[in-house]
Design a protein around this ligand. Structure first.
Ligand code: SF4
Length: 319
């Protein structure tokens, strides 16, 4: 372990085997705290203690044909009490409030079946209400390169997209299709936001390392790690969740292996993760695959003010 820690101090590139070894560290050991120290140090040196609050609005609550076994909106086991789509005016109102609340980046999310044309129109409608310095990010289903370019023309600056843990086993999206979308986003000049997610207790460290290395290959600036929330009524609920220290450790290793240049996030929000160099948190509103309330701001979702305060309490600053 000493050798791996020295490599981190020297800013050398870590191998997959070394990443698996770091992920295997016991969360009650001295190595765990050394890992947190190194992650916090990386964060301080690279992010200069700048904190970020990103905010996401889920703009529709409808059954989704990708049927992810962890999601509250999967068509096969839809557990939300209602079905709805926000119209453009409602999304504009939500976005204007997030601007007032000083969100750093604003994300609009839909289920995979939501019509992309409609999404682009909503993007065009909201962009004039967002100052140029605030990034606008899409979080939608798989797209091709011409569509990625159109998102950019509509005013989106980036896209959140990932290959999920056990994609195509616990979801009905083929891995190749997810990768084609990642390539389309990169090639269209959109900033790719990546996350290793949703991590559950059944996932091996080798599987987690695989997704960490995928992010590394795309050279993402804003990186994240997320544990799976056990949602009542979903097939994977019975597996439960990984512990908060375990999530903290995965975030620290992800940060040190991927070396993002702007931010590191842990989702859902845990204050403990800020010890691992996490400098960015997500506020959420509207529909959310991890919630049984179709307006997550009334249940699991945090607001921007609470998150700024949490980050400030941990020594991060805002401009
Ligand atoms: S996680 Fe996304 S793609 Fe999967 S079922 Fe839910 S809404 Fe659809």
């Amino acid at each position: 372990m000493d050798q791996i820690f020295s490599k981190i101090e020297e800013k050398s590139v870590l191998s997959k085997e070394e990443v698996v070894k770091l992920l295997s560290v016991d969360t009650t050991s001295a190595e765990f705290y050394r890992l947190l120290y190194l992650a916090r140090k990386y964060s301080e040196e690279t992010f200069a203690n700048r904190g970020y609050v990103f905010a996401q609005i889920g703009i529709n609550a409808e059954p989704c044909s990708v049927n992810c076994k962890f999601c509250s909106m999967a068509a096969g086991h839809y557990v939300l009490p209602n079905r709805w789509q926000k119209n453009a005016d409602e999304v504009i109102e939500g976005v204007k409030q997030l601007v007032l609340d000083r969100a750093d980046d604003i994300f609009l999310m839909t289920t995979a079946d939501y019509p992309v044309e409609k999404f682009i129109e909503i993007g065009k409608a909201v962009r004039p209400h967002i100052p140029a310095e605030i990034r606008l990010v899409s979080n939608i289903g798989d797209i091709d390169q011409p569509t990625a370019r159109r998102l950019k023309e509509a005013g989106f600056t980036g896209a959140y997209h990932i290959v999920r843990m056990r994609e195509s086993v616990d979801t009905q999206a083929p891995v190749e299709q997810r990768v084609r979308t990642l390539d389309a986003i990169r090639d269209a000049g959109l900033e790719l936001y990546y996350c290793v997610e949703p991590i559950g207790p059944e996932h091996s460290y080798e599987e987690i390392a695989e997704e960490i290395f995928r992010a590394k290959d795309y050279r993402v600036e804003a990186m994240a790690a997320m544990r799976r929330t056990p949602v009542e009524g979903t097939p994977l609920c019975a597996y439960g969740a990984i512990s908060t220290p375990e999530l903290c450790k995965i975030a620290a290793v992800t940060l040190l292996a991927v070396r993002p240049t702007r931010s590191m996030n842990v989702h859902e929000v845990t204050e403990m993760s800020l010890l691992a160099g996490v400098n960015q948190l997500y506020a959420e509103a509207g529909a959310n695959p991890r919630d049984v309330d179709d307006n997550t701001e009334n249940n699991r979702g945090f607001n921007t003010a609470a998150l700024r305060k949490m980050l400030e309490n941990s020594g991060y600053t805002f401009q």
